[in-house]
Design a protein around this ligand. Structure first.
Ligand code: NAP
Length: 242
């Protein structure tokens, strides 16, 4: 039996490793966005499938017995495609999604529905922005000429970008001490993040709380209603029950 894990996250890598160690034939799929991705254990394929139709064909041709959608909470399109393709082919689908972040005492969070809404909030909150929403969709901030941005992502972002900015290329996990130093060193007065959840990139939220900075948190987009678990162990159990 082949299990397809739609990946690009730490959870997907952990799941692939667990399944591989239990001799389950697992194929991990990556979109191919990152130049040098961290590769999961077992077989890996890279690149889009070609929409719902392409994914449906792939599932049939590879006799896939189950699909786990362990993609990032903001990878909306592949989630919708996975739901449609597995429904069409009759393959069970599980969503593995890490829980979203919750504000703690002292946090000054402002929720935004999307990146455009986040950009609208910014001028009222600060003038030196730490932008950690990833390399896609930064055009939403490109018109904010009066603000200065520190943009952090894994690979270089594509224009249009805000007029005043500096790019720092890095990937987690991050520690609170480093994040505090980064915020203070660049005199950041507001942070923008997606509600990605998980521990690898949460240190910036602790550092912002300690420094009393406001944080604009972009809400997760809706995903199709399907069986869902929050942890890798539950996903392994689900696969082994099949
Ligand atoms: P997306 O908007 O949901 O997907 C766009 C297209 O990319 C999909 O239609 C699909 O192409 C292809 N694709 C996406 N994920 C794929 C996968 N795991 N395997 C094969 N094809 C995939 O996705 P995105 O937001 O660009 O994210 C791309 C990848 O980066 C995801 O795998 C995600 O887990 C990871 N990631 C995303 C974010 C984020 O903030 N969005 C953050 C960290 C990691 P076809 O239609 O041709 O099949």
């Amino acid at each position: 039996m082949t299990v397809l894990v739609l990946g690009g996250t730490a959870e997907a890598r952990a799941l692939a490793a667990e399944l591989h160690s239990r001799a389950v034939a697992v194929v991990s799929s990556l979109a191919g966005r990152v130049a040098r991705p961290r590769l999961p254990a077992g077989e890996v394929r890279v690149g889009g499938f070609g929409g719902v139709e392409g994914l449906s064909t792939w599932l049939r041709e590879h006799e896939v017995a189950a699909v786990v959608d362990a993609t990032h909470p903001f990878a909306e399109r592949i989630g919708t495609n996975a739901f449609a393709a597995t429904s069409a082919v009759g393959v069970p689908l599980l969503r593995l999604a890490r829980p979203g972040w919750q504000p703690a005492e002292g946090d000054r969070w402002h929720w935004a529905d999307d990146l455009d809404a986040a950009a609208e909030l910014l001028p009222g909150l600060g003038s030196r922005v730490f932008l950690t929403s990833g390399r896609q969709g930064l055009a939403a901030f490109a018109g904010l000429d009066a603000l200065w941005f520190l943009i952090r992502c894994v690979d270089p972002p594509e224009p249009p970008l805000p007029r005043q900015h500096e790019v720092v290329l890095n990937r987690g996990p991050y520690e609170v001490d480093g994040e505090r130093a980064l915020l203070a060193g660049h005199r950041i007065d507001v942070l923008v993040t997606k509600d990605s959840g998980g521990s690898m990139t949460a240190a910036k939220l602790t550092a912002a709380r300690e420094l009393g900075l406001p944080v604009v948190v972009v809400r997760r987009p809706p995903r199709p209603a399907t069986a869902e678990v929050a942890g890798v162990a539950e996903a392994v159990e689900w696969v082994l029950r099949r």
